[in-house]
Write a protein that binds this ligand. Sequence first.
Ligand SMILES: [Zn+2]
Length: 275
Amino acid sequence: MVINEVPNSCARSLSGVRASARRQIQMALRESEAIVLRTYPLGEGDRIVSFLDRAAGRLRGVARGARHTKSRFGSTLEPLSHVRIWYFERETRELVQINQCELLESFMVMQSDYSIANFLALISEVTESVLPEREQAEPQFRLVLLAARAIKNQAAIPPVLAYFTGWTARLAGWFSFLGQCAKCGRAMDGEPGFASIGSSGILCATCRQGWMTSISPAALAAGRQILTGKLDRFLKEKYSTDTLNEISEHTLNVIEHHAEKKLVTRQMVATINNY
Ligand SMILES: [Zn+2]
């Protein structure tokens, strides 16, 4: 019995050291660039923050004391704030612990315009809905910033919305406006295409199924340009609002179908833009 007690005690002590080392590794402080997507109140004065880390993807964390008047987080946790963030990640816990935030770029001033505020809320909700947690999504990170900055620079909402939703669906692998029929391969130019929200390709009139949605030639052309060009160049094109909204409507249907949820903010943006 006595002989057995010594090794047991050593084993406990050693396992305590290992556990402590493990905790240190698990609690390592990370520094990154991020976009705040949404926040939710937690308890008396804390917030849960959903954010898109440029390197690590979408994460959720707790910002202790963030709802107190003199919080060290200040205005850094507003929706779509572009921040430098420091947080502790614990492998055993779903939520990271946010330690500090520093504002790099704010879109808060735009929130006073009701239609723009709704559009920004849609960007947040779409991004949150399509990205799985903890998967790298750097292209989506750049897309969110690109769309928010375009609106900040006075771009109209319909083309930016079409560009943002088109590329979001494309990055997820749910959408591709090709110049040719996805079934027979025939080039399609100046003719309507036919789409299903469950598949990414567009079909020609011969290959279509009866229940597919028709997409106008103008919307097909705009969609092709969205997926092959930059936003600033797309903004110089003179597509009608109807054409742009046709793309947004289709791609938002695709996003809702794959994300398996209705977007709460979509109706508010639709009402304002009349599509
Ligand atoms: Zn075809």
